[in-house]
Design a protein. Structure first.
Length: 268
């Protein structure tokens, strides 16, 4: 029974070793694709994939071949990974705690305002280089093309994604018949040209942040599950490390270390 934890760790790391291959492949595919707007996930996917590959290989070798130093490296990296995931989860909850859409009277969709989001997200999205990349992604995905044929009734009854609501139309409050009326600055940024629309509007940036906020909430839930699983695997790995260290000694677990059952003390 003392080898049970080694066997479990070996099988778990063989599974995670195989699972890291599609993670790395997904990151490489996203890096080559020009139509996805999830470019900010490319580097994390590749890093996570390679880290899982390395620690799984170290854990598999250490558990199956009784290599104590490999298991030690495995446990150290696993502890670092658990701490990193915990920190990222807490950070994600903090920066995505603000935001959300505002209901529009008489409409099924919501509208989004940039000032409702955390300062860190606003600073990130206002970076010109970053925004040009996101803007190109939205144009390439043809998100706005899906509502070009909508009728006025569709705008009253159908829902929109955050990006469609913020980037593909002017704010609902805009009144282009009253030129002297003070209006939202996005009303003047709007243009009917397909490659302009409201891509430079704050509402468009807010729509992108709303998508990021929703994705981060889903990712945070997944991170919590992963942390609990990793803590369980780490506990089993500690048992496997102790078994491996014991197997390297001259007296394996269960073997009597006394040379005599009843040593004699009467020397005379």
């Amino acid at each position: 029974m003392y080898r049970f934890s080694n066997t479990v760790i070996g099988f778990l790391n063989l599974f995670t070793l195989l699972a890291s291959i599609p993670i790395i492949g997904g990151g490489l595919w996203m890096a080559r694709s020009s139509t996805t707007c999830e470019s900010f996930l490319q580097t994390p996917l590749l890093v996570v994939g390679f880290v899982v590959l390395i620690i799984s290989l170290a854990g598999f070798i250490g558990a199956c071949f009784n290599v104590a130093w490999a298991l030690w490296v495995y446990l150290v990296v696993m502890l670092f990974l658990i701490g990193t995931l915990l920190a990222l989860t807490l950070f994600g909850f903090v920066v995505t705690s603000h935001g959300g859409g505002v209901e529009v009277p008489g409409r099924a969709y919501r509208e989004y305002h940039l000032e409702n989001y955390s300062p860190w997200l606003r600073k990130r999205i206002k970076d010109p280089h970053y925004w040009m990349t996101i803007r190109s992604c939205i144009l390439g995905s043809k998100t706005c093309g899906q509502i070009l044929l909508w009728t006025p009734l569709d705008y009253l009854t159908k829902d929109m994604s955050p990006i469609q609501s913020g980037c593909c139309k002017p704010p609902t409050s805009c009144n282009y018949g009253a030129s002297m009326m003070a209006q939202d600055a996005d009303c003047y940024r709007w243009n009917n040209a397909p490659d302009v629309l409201c891509y430079e509007c704050d509402s468009c940036k807010a729509g992108v942040l709303e998508d990021v906020r929703r994705d981060w909430h889903k990712l945070s839930v997944l991170n919590i599950v992963m942390i609990l699983v990793l803590i369980g695997i780490y506990s089993i790995g500690c048992c496997a490390f102790q078994n491996t260290k014991r197997a390297e000694t001259d007296y394996p677990y269960g073997e009597n270390r006394m040379s005599k059952v009843r040593p004699r003390w009467d020397f005379y």
